[in-house]
Design a protein around this ligand. Sequence first.
Ligand code: PEP
Length: 249
Amino acid sequence: MRRLLIAGNWKMNKTVPEAIELVRELKERLKGVEDRDILVCPPFTALYPVGRELEGSSILMGAQNMFYEEKGAFTGEISPVMLKDVGCSYVILGHSERRHIFGESDELINRKVISAVNHNLIPILCIGETLEEREKGETRQVVERQVREGLKGLKPEDEFVIAYEPVWAIGTGRSATPEMAQEVHTFIRDVLTELFEKEKAEGVRILYGGSVKPENAKGLLEMPDIDGALVGGASLKAESFSAIVKTTL
Ligand code: PEP
């Protein structure tokens, strides 16, 4: 049985006081929700204060990116050791904005994924096709490549999460239908079965991301292979994020 994971990707939003205000409200609204994992991913500058605010709470914290080295002359980068130090247990890697705005390749993302698991951080590997790729019928091909390349070198005992986020659905208000998402999620699980054994593939959580809102979350989360959501815009307000978290309660 896979445990639901609802993750909020705050992207480049929230100053420290704003982040603390949001997380305090989330703690209040989500008190007593124990049957699912709740994760917030603030920007780097807010990780330390948010981590302190979350001490003693069941809400988990993750980062939105990291570099694969532990330390050294890598100006502007943040290491897995630093993320662990401030209380992160997860890290989002290969988000479409990293791939498309910052040019991250499958190879770079794979190095980060390996480094994350080696440092006891659970990577959330983001994958997904562009609108052009979908219209050309290349969705499966793209997603399979991103899964295979992104997870290269991982062992069955390594814990990771996949987030299927069609690029055309991110921040556009245009979500995939539950059926469209379910179809790709099943395909991803088939690829995972080829890469690892079936038992491992059955245990991997595959999240859906792309314009998830309180209004469409239930239909998506009720699908058998959708094991949670990666939420962008709607995670910036306690009211909408907590409504998504509680949607199938
Ligand atoms: C995301 O950033 O991962 C995302 C899915 O954004 P949004 O929910 O705003 O589409």
